[in-house]
Design a protein around this ligand. Structure first.
Ligand SMILES: [Ca+2]
Ligand SMILES: [Ca+2]
Length: 221
């Protein structure tokens, strides 16, 4: 179903015809109209913080061998703490053996995410990560990756900081708000690097991200 009323003239919109199409929000001048079409956090999805993953230098919820090596170099005094601040669990500005071991554990077992599933998305050829907590959204993501549904616009509410899963970007999408749409207003379309460069405006004015070129690439966890 497509809901399109209230779209101001001069604002381009893409519209899909398949079932499940949604227009997220309609702008009127500079204001937003939420209303029935808005994909608000659904009942039963509790926002929960993703904890810092020890040894995950890039804050993308994945510890790589390269990152473990960085932790070792810090412990040996061969690299500054800044190359992997997340390796220092007790904030004493040193990386000790037990902290390296914790990072190796995350390398083997993965980072704690709470409920949900982590996916890699590309927009304008630039990767970012979304954490999906809504079971319906996860099912839709799996159908897209399996090829039984076409790629769609990934959309969600912008939040400051990497959320401990979308580093190195300084923003993330609120996991309970993330979903898929076949159409969205142009205002929330853009490249990840454009959001990063104009972060204050995106967080305070636009508040939602809906890259039209989004391609769901893989499930990370
Ligand atoms: Ca990482
Ligand atoms: Ca430490």
């Amino acid at each position: 179903m497509v809901v399109s009323e209230g779209v101001a003239s001069g604002t381009r919109c893409g519209f899909g015809a398949g079932s499940g199409s949604r227009v997220l929000e309609a702008p009127l001048g500079n204001a937003w109209i939420g209303g029935a079409a808005r994909l608000a956090p659904r009942e039963g999805c509790k926002p929960e913080e993703v904890p810092v993953c020890r040894g995950d230098c890039s804050s993308d919820a994945e510890v790589t061998v390269d990152e473990v090596v960085r932790s070792v170099l810090i412990a040996l005094g061969a690299a500054p703490l800044s190359v992997c601040a997340n390796a220092d669990a007790n904030n004493d500005e040193q990386v000790t053996i037990d902290e390296i071991v914790a990072g190796v554990g995350r390398l083997l077992e993965g980072c704690p995410l709470g409920s949900g599933a982590l996916y890699e998305v590309h927009a304008c050829g630039e990767p970012f990560r979304v954490l999906l907590r809504q079971p319906q959204a996860i099912e839709e993501a799996e159908r897209i990756l399996a090829g039984s549904e076409p790629q769609k616009i990934v959309t969600g509410e912008l939040r400051p900081g990497n959320g401990n899963f979308n580093g190195p970007w300084r923003w993330h999408l609120e996991p309970c708000s993330v979903g898929f749409a076949e159409a969205a207003i142009e205002l929330c379309d853009g490249c990840p690097s454009y959001v990063e460069e104009h972060l204050a405006e995106w967080l305070e004015v636009v508040r939602r991200y809906c890259p039209w070129s989004a391609q769901l690439v893989r499930r990370i966890r």
